[in-house]
Ligand binder design. Structure first.
Ligand code: ZN
Ligand code: ZN
Length: 105
């Protein structure tokens, strides 16, 4: 992956707008950029994006690949739980907390 530069105060979608200090994008432009990239390079379909990279039926397991590389962390609290999140994220902590509740009885 190309190393990305620090935020410059200009929106990284290239629109020329200002971005708030510390942000790469003017509000909402990250989503637009993602959609445009998808449209430009992957036929506007997530499934195309997956297949282009060798994931999907008969291919790699995307979820497992993300965990193997370390960009996602598996729940790990309950064996076989399919949940995962960004390593150390609040979302993942919240999810793990759901396992500590008594599961019926
Ligand atoms: Zn922009
Ligand atoms: Zn879990």
């Amino acid at each position: 992956m190309t190393e990305i530069p620090a935020p410059t105060g200009e929106c990284f979608c290239g629109c020329g707008s200002d971005a708030r200090p510390g942000n790469y994008f003017r509000q909402g432009h990250d989503k637009k950029a993602e959609g445009d990239l998808n449209a430009l390079y992957h036929g506007d379909r997530v499934v195309q994006r997956l297949v282009d990279r060798g994931y999907g039926p008969g291919g790699h397991n995307l979820h497992q690949a993300a965990i193997d590389v370390g960009v996602r962390e598996a729940c790990g609290v309950v064996e076989g739980c399919p949940a995962s999140g960004r390593p150390g994220s609040a979302e993942l902590r919240r999810h793990r907390a759901t396992h500590t509740r008594p599961a019926g009885s």
